[in-house]
Each structure stands twice: as structure tokens, then as C-alpha cells.
Design a protein around this ligand. Sequence first.
Ligand code: HEC
Length: 147
Amino acid sequence: MKKIAALGLAGMLAAASTTAIAAKPEDAINYRQGTFSAMAWHFGTMGAMVKGKVDYDAEDFSRRAEIVSQLSKLPMEGFMPGTYSGETDALPAIEDEWDKFEGGMNALVERSAKLAEVAKTGDMDQIKPAFGEVGKTCKGCHDNFKD
Ligand code: HEC
């Protein structure tokens, strides 16, 4: 029984990663750019708080960290075949180095979840490094995969 359940789960995971998405390339590009823009909207204000450019408001910071954490799961789906030309800054290297790109996306999901967790403490000594880790993940991927 256990073995069958495990096989079933493996099958589901495989299916999820190869889900065919019914969308035109330009819709996928708009979708991923939109999710990144929304992420940057919140991350920017969080950065201003970390740097002391605007007053730190623990509750507001925590709310934004939670939003970034949820949004970080979204863009991946928009990186589908046939979407690396036209109105996009996404480089074709994404397809050639898919594992590395996927690793960057997974790191973003994990690190922003950590940041959302740490944000609840309201302790800037913990928040600052966790914020820095997420920022490095954004930049690392952009350096490699964004024009
Ligand atoms: C694993 C790779 C990866 C990570 C991590 C990543 N990005 Fe991006 N980002 C991209 C790519 C690729 C594009 C270009 C998308 C396009 O133009 O189709 C992009 C585009 C953007 C854009 C421009 C959107 C637009 O309207 O054109 C913003 C803003 C952005 N990212 C912010 C962020 C922020 C903030 C983070 C971290 C919290 C982040 N990104 C993390 C790969 C990444």
C-alpha cells in the first residue's frame, strides 16, 4: 500500500512540473513581469525600512514579507518554452541552464519564507541578514538570466 501511495505521489509531482499551460507567450511574459513588479513594490518599501530611510513599522514590514513570500511562488509558471524573445528581458540562457534557474527560484521561495518568519520577531538584528539573503537571490538571478 505504502509503495503504491509513494508511486502515486511521484506521479503527481511529475505531472505538476510538466503541466501544460494554456496561455499565449505574451500572456506568460506579462504574467511573470507582473508578479515580479508586485514583489519589487513590497520589497522596495521593506528595503527602505531596513536601511532606515523610512520608519520601521514591524506590523507593516511583516505583512509585506508575507506577501513577498507568497508572490515568490508565482513567476516560475510563466517561464515556459517559446517565451524568451519579444517584449521580455528574460535571457534564453534560462532554457539552457534550467536547473540553475530553477535552483534560483527555489532559493527565492525558501529565503523569502524565512524572511517572513523572522519578520514576526520584529528584531532588526535578525531581519537585516534575512532580508540581505533574499536581496542577493534577486540580484544573483538577474545577473545571470535577466537582460
Ligand atoms: C531565479 C531568477 C530570479 C529571481 C530569484 C528574481 N528574479 Fe526578478 N526577474 C527575473 C527574470 C528572468 C526577469 C525578466 C522577466 C521578463 O522580462 O520576462 C525578472 C524581472 C524582474 C523585474 C522587472 C519586471 C518587469 O515589469 O519587466 C523586477 C522588478 C524584478 N524581477 C524584481 C525581482 C525581485 C525584487 C526579486 C527578489 C525579491 C527578484 N526579481 C528575484 C528573474 C529572477
